[in-house]
Design a protein around this ligand. Structure first.
Ligand code: PEP
Length: 249
């Protein structure tokens, strides 16, 4: 892990959780208070229905809140959508954009994701921009090409702060992870791309790994060069598992 960048561990609850799940935040806060101070920024991205409640409860424990998606517009006739300003108003500081489930299930393109990231920045949120190849693309030797093309299309220019999450689509929710050497190769390629395109700002961008990160593999993944934290799905739902990952930093 690159030491001069403060790592970030973000939990993506996806479409999971009701108010009863806030007990996990209370438990996480308890674990964090009992242990050493975390050496990373800790973010939880709950479903939008829980955001305001969670933000209120979590901030006292040093846990930051985030949204899972936002609209490109600040407001308007977009039934069912949520703007970045609304997320910020509910207490979010981050928002995930371009998650592969949104790219696949909602047909989101790089251009749309770039607009969402720009909307997030305008509302004062830090976008966590997700990229990643499918298994077929990796098998065809195109992984780096696919991911750098996604970066070119979805990362806005002139940003003050963005986070990139490299999430191989085939590793999400499957229990499978790439070889450490493949993660290293991809994260180094992402870093080179960011520096070439965004200069010195690109060298400070946090690059997270996501895809079946869990207590048993977090330590090994987090020590890889240019891995500056993790985006965690399933293992973020249980406070004990998520805390073990936070402690692995
Ligand atoms: C995710 O969906 O962002 C993710 C990384 O999920 P999981 O950890 O469950 O693979």
């Amino acid at each position: 892990m690159t030491t001069e960048i403060t790592p970030l561990i973000a939990g993506n609850w996806k479409m999971n959780g009701t108010s009863a799940s806030l007990a996990e935040i209370a438990r996480l806060a308890e674990l964090m208070a009992q242990g050493e101070a975390p050496r990373c920024t800790v973010v939880i991205c709950p479903p939008a229905t829980l955001l305001a409640q969670l933000a209120g409860q979590a901030s006292a424990a040093g846990i930051v809140s985030g949204g899972q998606d936002c609209h490109t517009a600040a407001n308007g006739a977009h039934t069912g959508d949520i703007s970045a300003a609304m997320l910020a108003d509910a207490g979010a500081q981050y928002v995930i954009v371009g998650h592969s489930e949104r790219r696949t299930n909602h047909g989101e393109t790089d251009a749309l994701i770039q607009q969402k990231a720009s909307a997030a920045l305008s509302a004062g949120l830090v976008p966590i921009i997700c990229v990643g190849e499918t298994e077929a693309e990796r098998d065809a030797g195109r992984a780096i090409d696919v991911v750098t093309t996604q970066l070119s299309g979805s990362v806005p220019s002139g940003f003050a702060s963005v986070v990139i999450a490299y999430e191989p689509v085939w590793a999400i929710g499957t229990g499978r992870t790439p070889l450490a050497s493949d993660i290293a190769e991809m994260h180094n390629a992402i870093r080179s791309h960011l520096v070439a395109r965004h200069g010195v700002v690109g060298s400070g961008v946090r690059i997270l790994y996501g895809g079946s990160m869990k207590p048993s593999n977090a330590r090994d993944i987090l020590r890889i060069e240019n891995v500056n934290g993790g985006l965690v799905g399933g293992a973020s739902l249980l406070a004990n598992d998520f805390y073990t990952i936070i402690s692995a930093v």
